[in-house]
Design a protein around this ligand. Sequence first.
Ligand code: SAM
Length: 297
Amino acid sequence: MNFEDKEISNHRLEPEGGVLYVVGTPIGHLGDLSPRAESILRSVSAIACEDTRHSGKLLKRVGAKAPLFSFYEHNTQSRLSQFLELLQNGDSLALISDAGLPGISDPGEKLVKAARESGHDVICIPGPCAATTALVSSGLPCHRFCFEGFLPSKGNGRKKILIQIAKETRTTVIYEAPHRLIKLLKELVEVCGEQRPLQVSRELTKRHEEHIGATTGAALRYFTTQKPIGEFTLVLGGAPEEKSPLYTNSELIDEMKELINNGSSATEAARNVAKKSSYSRRFLYSLLHQTNIRHDS
Ligand code: SAM
């Protein structure tokens, strides 16, 4: 047994009965399906997927033989009770989506909630996700970010979110369909300006992967000559933080008055307060002039 095998054998045996496995699958490159995901898909009692025909290809490739159940927005309610019954009977269930991580702009969330509420373990077999793949390859700040997924397609809901996104100081990740990309880029230019940092990731992990940016304006110009084809994830840089003043004018004046009362000249008081407040000495001196205190000698 080599080191890796030992590491793996330290973990619990999989799959276990009564457990829901949320399994990440490739967003393009089939090599991104992990050995653990393959093994779970080969050995669970049943598999829930969005589109049985679409997932059938991947499942055939890995030799998965478990019965497949379609699970999408419009049959969620009827399927939930069926899946809970399976888990209750001690079967193991894997949940996959057409691509990426189930639950991320894909069905899954409701099943996970229902399984947890019924006391079943839910274990995620992590895998590719377009949002995080685009984010970490964007060069934009990753330490804090928000995920918007698909924006509402029209109306006030869309306008409201666009305005919120424009003000957001964290990096924002957005999913968009190719036929709506240019409309979204125009809207982003309108609410964020032409210079907001943006990377548009196209066809991640696939043969024609590209990253187009580096600003809202540049991406819009690019796609007015290149028809958007394929799958797109946008990573938008945050709005600059608004600097809120740490001190009000009257607090600054009070500080300077105190120094003057304790014997400092106005110039010294302005210089000292400038150091701690980051306001310029000139500004502080002019504040003093506006007050009727006697200053400087
Ligand atoms: N659950 C998936 C995940 O974990 O990324 C997302 C599913 S959502 C229905 C599909 C959207 O994800 C696409 O319209 C696109 O915006 C984005 N996406 C998926 N695959 C992609 C890829 N290879 N390159 C760029 N974006 C992709």
